[in-house]
Design a protein around this ligand. Structure first.
Ligand SMILES: [Zn+2]
Length: 357
């Protein structure tokens, strides 16, 4: 049996920086000390075989420190709706983003070579082969970028290599989906003029565009404009779990045609066919989504998205140290070593190789 040490896993999305930035959310834990709280710290990342991943900078609502509107979930007869979050201010977003970028740099320094912020595929490959945690700087929502895109150039120089156009709220570039179940992701208008310019600029710079949280019309605008593989870092199959956050079969077809990738979201609300926020969710629900995604996209276009530190995940996985349980159950369901290596990191590396300059 392949040991987990030969299978570094790249994770499409985590909100660990937010946990560390907001003490109330991270409950004061350190990235370098093994904790029982949250999902990722360096000791648990090593234990679980996490080779690296996209470290998101998410700018919380201005009146922060509150959980992300979970208290505002409105139950309906068939599921739930969450009121759409408000847009946030550019100055506030830039201040918060710069502070969180500084905290990522601080982690890199403090790690004494155990974690590197990577900017090229070569750097990423070296980290994966040398057991150094590879951090890819990602923004979840483009709120810190001015519509003239000056900040995009500056953030690129500072290491930004992946950009989610929106989180689930509107901004100057596009409209994010409000959370809802059961509901179509077609929830509003497409990209703005500035949004179309943003897509072109990201293509030119070689910044990966992340389409998770984007509404369906915005998604199709990107399909028409972008020359890079299409990526949804943490989304699942709408057919199996009809939330606004998941991808319809037509969207999956477009991602396949572009030779892009979908990262399996471990958020139980985006996995379960009842949409419930219940950690008591068996692992075979995750396997069912992987099977479905592989059936529609092919084995080369699926990876793990996770959403560690950003969502309720199945209690059997518990945290990043539980990744081997997912690998093992996939192996039991017939995924061989070649397939598992693709899902674990090779597909992400391939897409980044075609996207980054
Ligand atoms: Zn997200």
């Amino acid at each position: 049996m392949t040991t987990i040490n030969t299978l570094p896993i790249l994770i499409g999305h985590n909100d660990t920086l937010l946990s560390l930035y907001l003490p109330e959310r991270g409950e004061g834990r350190s990235f370098f000390t093994r904790s029982e709280k949250g999902h990722i710290d360096l000791p648990r990342a090593k234990e679980g075989g996490m080779g690296g991943g996209f470290f998101a900078i998410f700018v919380p609502p201005d009146q922060l420190i509150q959980p992300l509107r979970r208290d505002e979930v409105i139950k309906t007869s068939t599921g739930y709706e969450v009121p759409l979050a408000s847009a946030i201010d550019l100055t506030y977003a830039q201040r918060t983003t710069v502070a969180m970028m500084a905290s990522l740099s601080g982690l890199e320094d403090e790690s004494n070579g155990q974690m590197n912020v990577v900017r090229t595929v070569d750097e990423l490959r070296i980290c994966l082969s040398e057991n150094v945690l590879a951090a890819i700087l990602h923004f979840e929502g483009a709120e810190a970028i001015d519509p003239g895109l000056d900040a995009l150039e500056v953030f690129y120089q500072a290491g930004l290599r992946s950009l989610g156009i929106v989180w689930s709220r509107p901004n100057a570039f596009a409209h994010g989906v409000p959370f809802g179940f059961p509901r179509s992701p077609d929830t509003g208008p497409g990209l703005t003029g500035a949004g179309r310019e943003l897509v072109r600029a990201c293509n030119r710079l070689g910044i990966m565009l992340d389409l998770s949280h984007l509404n369906e019309q915005g998604f199709w605008d990107v399909v028409r404009l972008s020359d890079a593989p299409l990526v949804a870092t943490h989304s699942n199959a709408h057919t199996l779990c009809p939330t606004t956050r998941n991808l319809t079969d037509k969207q999956l077809d477009a991602i396949k045609d572009s030779e892009g990738i979908v990262g399996l979201n471990f958020a139980v609300t985006d996995l379960r066919n009842d949409g419930w926020n219940d950690a008591d969710t068996p692992l075979d629900v995750m396997v069912r989504h992987i099977d479905y995604l592989v059936e529609h996209l092919g084995i080369d276009c699926v990876g793990f998205g996770a959403d560690f530190d950003g969502a309720t995940i199945p209690q059997e996985i518990r945290d990043v140290a539980g990744l081997p349980k997912l690998i093992n159950i996939l192996r039991e369901y017939g995924f061989d070593d070649v397939a598992l290596r693709k899902l674990a990191d090779e597909n992400w590396v391939r897409v980044l190789g075609k996207t980054w300059k």
